[in-house]
Design a protein around this ligand. Structure first.
Ligand code: SF4
Length: 274
């Protein structure tokens, strides 16, 4: 089976974990325990024997990050469909093994380990995973505002969105500061080799639609470590907010909805006024 077909089928059917190593995210398992404060500890490469998977809330939920044939992908493991998937991963204690279907080995696979920075807390006592999470193998991601005017008006909310659930469950905080994001990103780059950052936001009731705080957060990151940042927000009515935020160097902006009332001035943008 070629790599693209394998990835597509794994993401469609999900994956069962057989002979899961200690700490692996078995189907139906509880979320990982609250990280402790202080430096990470453990054997070998220093990372704890646990894996990056998410249950519920915003982001790639019910998935585990895994690398196969050189690509890191998110694969569903906590869904009902995954529990009945024809694909099975047979893993050793190090989280590496093979993917099989009908008893036939298809490819080697390795789960992405829990990053070292998850064990730390900010100077003001917030566990780092409440500020930002590892996506895939080397992307740090954060929702800088975990509240949204669309989400609270349920008849207008985006039906796929679960931004409020992580906050309600206490797995994150409502607003991340530029200082917190700078501190966490520096540690994630130094300890875990994070190479770029994605920032997103709920929509505030302000004309900038969150662009100003995103720009502040990008500046907070770049004050500590020089990584590329991608920032996503609902398009403000006036696109001058993107430039007026004194766009931090190597920060790319992306529109996250089709709510724009104005035609985008960018030559290749297909957004149209609603
Ligand atoms: S605008 Fe964004 S954060 Fe708000 S409900 Fe829609 S997807 Fe969720």
């Amino acid at each position: 089976m070629d790599t693209q077909t394998l990835i597509t089928e794994l993401q469609s059917f999900g994956l069962r974990l057989a002979e899961a190593p200690e700490g692996a995210p078995e189907a139906g398992a509880a979320p990982p325990p609250e990280p402790a404060s202080g430096e990470a500890s453990g054997e070998g490469d220093g990372r704890r024997a646990a894996w990056t998977s998410r249950r519920g809330g915003a982001g790639p939920t019910q998935h585990v990050a895994a690398t196969l044939r050189g690509a890191t992908v998110m694969i569903p493991i906590h869904t009902d469909q995954a529990a009945a998937s024809p694909f099975v991963a047979r893993l050793g204690r190090d989280g590496a093994g093979t993917v099989e279907r009908d008893g036939q080995e298809l490819a080697p696979i390795a789960l992405v380990k829990t990053p070292r920075f998850y064990a730390l807390s900010t100077k003001d006592g917030i566990p780092y995973p409440k500020i930002a999470l590892l996506h895939g193998a080397d992307v740090l991601a954060s929702t800088v505002l975990q509240t949204c005017i669309r989400y609270t008006e349920r008849e207008k909310a985006c039906t796929f969105c679960a931004i409020g659930q992580s906050l309600a469950a206490g797995r994150t905080i409502a607003k991340k500061t530029p200082e917190q994001l700078g501190e966490v990103t520096e540690a994630a780059a130094r300890l875990d080799g994070v190479r770029h950052v994605t920032l997103t936001t709920g929509t505030p009731r302000s004309a900038d639609r969150g662009a100003a705080h995103l720009a502040d957060c990008a500046r907070g990151i770049k004050a500590r470590v020089d990584l590329p940042v991608q920032a996503q927000c609902e398009p403000p009515d006036d696109f001058a907010w993107f430039e007026g935020c004194a766009r931090p160097a190597s920060t790319a902006w992306a529109c996250t909805s089709r709510r724009s009332r104005t035609r985008c001035a960018r030559p290749r943008c297909r957004a149209r006024p609603r």
